[in-house]
Design a binder for this molecule. Structure first.
Ligand SMILES: Cc1cc2nc3c(=O)[nH]c(=O)nc-3n(C[C@H](O)[C@H](O)[C@H](O)COP(=O)(O)OP(=O)(O)OC[C@H]3O[C@@H](n4cnc5c(N)ncnc54)[C@H](O)[C@@H]3O)c2cc1C
Length: 235
């Protein structure tokens, strides 16, 4: 049970949407990709900016709440949600910006591969990702993306250049080759086990992969129109 005065304070500093069990849209907001997962969080915080994530971390610590970070919500085991705790939902942080000159893209922690592919393909660029377009990019950085790009350019995690991270004590830090290099290494190597570990509540809100191919490849439901306009075929 979250104390009402604590929730009131969070509402004052939170710019996204807070959804509790008695609010409209709760059942829709708690859905994840795997329909067999039926968890009921005490609060779902749909963040709109980095500071919202910080507010959530501070709030969870103050109220001793379990935390689940939700990126794309595609984890089969339902790691993006939890019972009776706080879901830090990044699905609204899904903007993707691609610089075709440098071949570097930036995207929000809630962006899915459909978002990333949709932003890179108009430039004829791509970066290694997953086989489906529904899952979030952050967790997949720790894994691998199948098909063509992996063989040419390595794993998704190999292409992660930098990340903006909210730490478990509510600090916003940059992880790159120049700053907090060990954290970048950890983000590249981390699996779901470390995410589930108590006290590990880092939320990655931005990542910077190099777009690494002059050709694009699409996976599953990626927009065929954009792919066609770059003159490449759908895989
Ligand atoms: C049909 C299918 C195909 C798949 N294919 C592949 C594949 O080809 N390659 C592959 O590597 N994996 C694959 N997966 C696994 C999938 O990539 C993982 O389940 C991944 O965790 C999904 O990412 P998500 O952001 O959608 O996860 P979510 O369900 O949102 O979260 C999963 C975990 O990641 C954490 N997390 C998510 N976003 C953040 C963030 N921004 N900051 C901190 N923690 C975060 C969550 O707290 C949680 O612990 C597949 C899964 C399915 C169901």
């Amino acid at each position: 049970m979250i104390p009402s005065n604590s929730l009131k304070q969070l509402k004052q500093r939170f710019n996204g949407r807070l959804i509790g069990p008695h609010d409209a849209g709760y059942d829709k907001a708690r859905l994840v990709w795997n329909g067999m997962i039926d968890r009921k969080p005490a609060l779902i915080a749909q963040c709109r900016e980095v500071q919202d994530v910080v507010s959530c971390i501070v709030f969870a610590r103050e109220n001793d709440l379990r935390v689940a970070v939700r990126g794309g919500g595609h984890s089969v085991a339902g790691h993006g949600t939890c019972d009776h705790g706080l879901v830090i939902d990044l699905s609204a942080l899904r903007g993707v910006h691609v610089d075709p000159q440098t071949g570097v893209g930036q995207c929000g922690g809630g962006a899915t591969w459909a978002d990333v592919d949709g932003a890179t393909q108009p430039f004829g660029l791509a970066t290694p990702g997953g086989r489906s377009v529904g899952y979030g990019n952050r967790r997949l950085d720790a894994g691998w993306r199948a098909r063509h790009l992996r063989n040419l350019y390595g794993l998704s995690c190999d292409n992660l250049l930098a990340a903006e991270v909210v730490t478990a004590d509510g600090r916003v830090v940059q992880a790159s080759e120049q700053q907090n290099h060990d954290l970048l290494w950890g983000l590249r190597a981390a699996g779901v086990t470390s995410v589930s570990s108590p006290g590990w509540t880092t939320a990655c809100t931005r990542w910077v992969p190099p777009s690494c191919s002059s050709r694009c490849f699409t996976t599953g439901r990626a927009p065929a129109r954009r792919c066609a306009s770059t003159g490449t075929s759908t895989a």
